[in-house]
Design a protein around this ligand. Structure first.
Ligand code: ACO
Length: 180
């Protein structure tokens, strides 16, 4: 994934956490051109993730980020232009048979040619530490086969089954309740 600007000027650390302000780390909020570059990165990652999952509309976009209380975790390569990958999470209030506010993984994307190199695990692990969270207590929105395989391999999570939107939330919420 290439950009007409240096991503190291936008993201100084290996990991960045973005919220609706689209301000990364110690970046000055008074640098609108940097925020517009960050919006470009988010939109590009969101489109690539949607394409990888065969979704018609991206789950992740800068505009959605600016209007919602989501957190976007980015990880970049330390060298030159390197790579950049993302995971987006939010605490959502779900009202199904039970009410709960689990932390949900909404979108997770590692560039195609970088998959299966452990980058997903590194970014996911960073998010878990930051949120002080266990994978079994989280919900996963429409998990893709690759994500299900990822969760089974790294965290032995195998109970969630691919179904329509929100059913997986329920499965995961119920798992969380039954494991307490
Ligand atoms: N096919 C099947 N399983 C895969 C694949 C693949 N192409 N890629 C990764 N995995 C799973 C496997 O369990 C793999 O272990 P294995 O190689 O021994 O079979 C394991 O992930 C590898 O772990 P990492 O290297 O840490 O994972 P990676 O960096 O590839 O990131 C991710 C995993 C994010 C799912 C990545 O494959 C990806 O971006 N896929 C495309 C987009 C996608 O499906 N995102 C999830 C959307 S659903 C949601 O976000 C709620």
């Amino acid at each position: 994934m290439e950009f007409p600007f240096n991503i190291n000027h936008l993201f100084s650390e290996r990991f960045s956490i973005l919220d609706k302000t689209l301000v990364a780390g110690r970046m000055s909020p008074r640098r609108p051109e940097l925020q517009s570059h960050i919006a470009t990165v988010i939109d590009e990652l969101g489109r690539a993730s949607a394409k990888a999952q065969k979704l018609t509309t991206p789950v992740t976009s800068a505009t959605k980020m600016q209007s919602q209380h989501h957190q976007l975790y980015l990880m970049k390569d330390g060298e030159s232009q390197g790579y950049i990958v993302m995971l987006i999470a939010a605490t959502l209030h779900l009202c199904l048979h039970v009410e709960a506010e689990p932390l949900c993984v909404l979108d997770f994307f590692i560039t195609e040619n970088l998959q299966r190199h452990g980058h997903g695990l590194e970014l996911f692990h960073f998010m878990l530490q930051h949120k002080k969270m266990e994978p079994a207590l989280m919900a996963y929105d429409r998990p893709s086969p690759k994500l299900l395989s990822f969760l089974a391999k790294h965290y032995r999570l195998t109970q969630s089954v691919p179904q329509v939107r929100f059913v997986d939330f329920l499965v995961s919420v119920l798992n969380a309740f039954s494991s307490t």
